[in-house]
Design a protein around this ligand. Structure first.
Ligand code: NAG
Ligand code: NAG
Length: 288
């Protein structure tokens, strides 16, 4: 219902508000498609923003919230800068509407989580900045699923202690990744991320030297460059629940195959025996 309503609302609003006119008071509109409200002490989104805005600069304000139909309404947005505001959460669906967005800066806010599906299928997005959110400790397994054009991802100086490597391997166009300044813990969960980072060091602007993690038990901080795959060798012995399930199921399928094979073999032998018996009887009959 809402899905249908939102585009309709956008259409109605665009019919009512004259497109391309009106600059929010206290903001600057240097050209027809740019609205610049940088550092204006705003505590909410400015009003009215022209519906055909393409570049919206809102950094260095106190904006705590963006409505979930924001990108439906401003569907021409290519560049959205919300750096250094007070965003603490993103309403589900806010950024998932198919859009033209190429650049999105949500750095230096107070986000705590990037949930799976946050960006939907934002296939145009090339640069996504999420660094300097000091309480950002959770990134969902599919948080960046569908961001097929994303080249630059910034997650530096957040509160991440671990990250599912699937989050990164889902990004086919990734060239630059910033992960430094997080409280990484080099435990067994980190092992897969470590191999990915080792293989993709060239994507890290500060390299493995620029990333630190704390070692479990001893709690000492080390840079990733002093570790090797071998540092995680103890993790290889430990099987996860999935591993156990795979082992059990492959055991079962091996048994099933073995049973079917012996059944097949048994029936072949049986057929052969009957056939040779029949042959023999024929021969005996012929002898008689
Ligand atoms: C963040 O915005 C506030 C409010 O405008 C400003 O005082 C502060 O200097 C900004 N911080 C940075 C790092 O730009
Ligand atoms: C940021 O979020 C944390 C955790 O939700 C909260 O404790 C803190 O007060 C927030 N800080 C600001 C400046 O809003």
């Amino acid at each position: 219902m809402l899905r249908w309503f939102q585009p309709l609302f956008a259409l109605l609003s665009s019919a009512l508000v004259t497109r391309g006119h009106g600059c929010p008071s206290s903001c600057l509109c240097p050209d027809q498609h740019t609205v610049d409200c940088t550092g204006k002490g705003l505590i909410r989104l400015p009003d009215p923003i022209p519906l055909d805005v393409r570049r919206l600069l809102l950094s260095n304000n106190w904006i705590p919230w963006i409505p979930s139909d924001f990108l439906v309404l401003y569907s021409d947005l290519v560049y959205l800068d919300l750096r250094n505001n007070s965003l603490s959460r993103l309403e589900p669906g806010t950024l998932s509407t198919s859009s033209r967005l190429v650049y999105l800066d949500l750095g230096s806010n107070n986000l705590t989580e990037i949930a799976s599906g946050t960006f939907g299928e934002s296939r145009s997005l090339i640069k996504l900045r999420l660094g300097n959110n000091p309480h950002l400790s959770t990134v969902g397994r599919d948080a960046f699923l569908g961001l097929t054009s994303l080249r630059e991802l910034e997650l530096e100086r957040n509160a991440l202690s671990g990250l599912d490597v699937g989050v990164l391997s889902q990004l086919p166009s990734l060239r630059t990744l910033r992960l430094e300044g997080n409280p990484w813990v080099c435990n067994c969960h980190f092992a897969k991320l470590f191999s990915w980072l080792t293989e993709n060091q060239h994507k890290l602007p500060t390299g493995l030297e620029g990333m630190e993690c704390s070692l479990p038990v001893v709690g000492r901080q080390v840079t990733l460059s002093v570790l090797s795959e071998d540092s995680f060798r103890e993790c290889r012995g430990a099987l996860s629940l999935t591993d156990y399930l795979i082992v059990i199921f492959s055991g079962i399928s091996v048994s099933v195959v073995a049973i079917m094979a012996s059944f097949f073999l048994a029936s072949t032998v049986h057929c052969f025996q009957r056939w040779s018996k029949a042959n023999k009887t024929d021969e005996e009959e012929a002898d008689d």
